[in-house]
Design a protein around this ligand. Sequence first.
Ligand code: 13P
Length: 260
Amino acid sequence: MAEARKPLISGNWKMHHNHFEALQTVQKLSYLLDSEDHDAVDVSVHPPFTDLRTVQTAIETDRMEIILGAQHCHWEEKGAFTGEVAPPMLAKLNVAYVIVGHSERRELFGETDDQVNRKVKAVLAQAMTPILCVGETLEEREAGRTEDKVAGQVRAGLAGVSAEAVAGMVVAYEPIWAIGTGRTASAADAQAVCALVRSTVGELAGAEAAGAVRAQYGGSVKPANAAELMAEADIDGALVGGASLDPEDFAAIVRYRRAS
Ligand code: 13P
């Protein structure tokens, strides 16, 4: 089953890079990757909203194989929601993947499980793929609550989503204590939680969806640890923050198979 899942390595640029910097970054990344890389791994970049049109144009004009993603959206199709961006607006820019429920959105901006679930459905309704983020805090890990937290977030995020849609989705396991801290979950711990994500998907949507859903690990992924993480059976990709801002580092992560 694992062979059928093409890895997805995604660069979440967070609130970094203006549109000039974004253009340079995607051009350099594209130059560093070749068709062998793209055959082996799907590669997405998730720039800030203000960069999306610029990066879309670069990807399409230069026929890059890099896939465009966004970091966030609202769940409504339109309306009086000052400052928000609607899923159809992203679809119109040929955005393919939308990160939903990143821990920074949950922790800093109060996104709830219910809002995350609405966003998952709204993204799917526009034929885009949600990357549903889940993960525990350090306190939760130390209290032995990792499984409850992660399984609960998966169940809440996917509530009411069809098995077929779930099968095409991505779930990113990002332990909050490993994000931007330089601390990475051990490959074995990341594997254990990604396996839990998959079995929870199985309970909700059946074995076929569980076998097809892609599970990413995120949290201080770097060129030096990517290969070890990617070697695990239930880890199908990486959601990379800091190291994705540098095209050399991000390309090295995408090329983890070539590392010694
Ligand atoms: P870092 O790779 O900077 O730890 O960020 C991970 C992350 O939050 C990706 O979404």
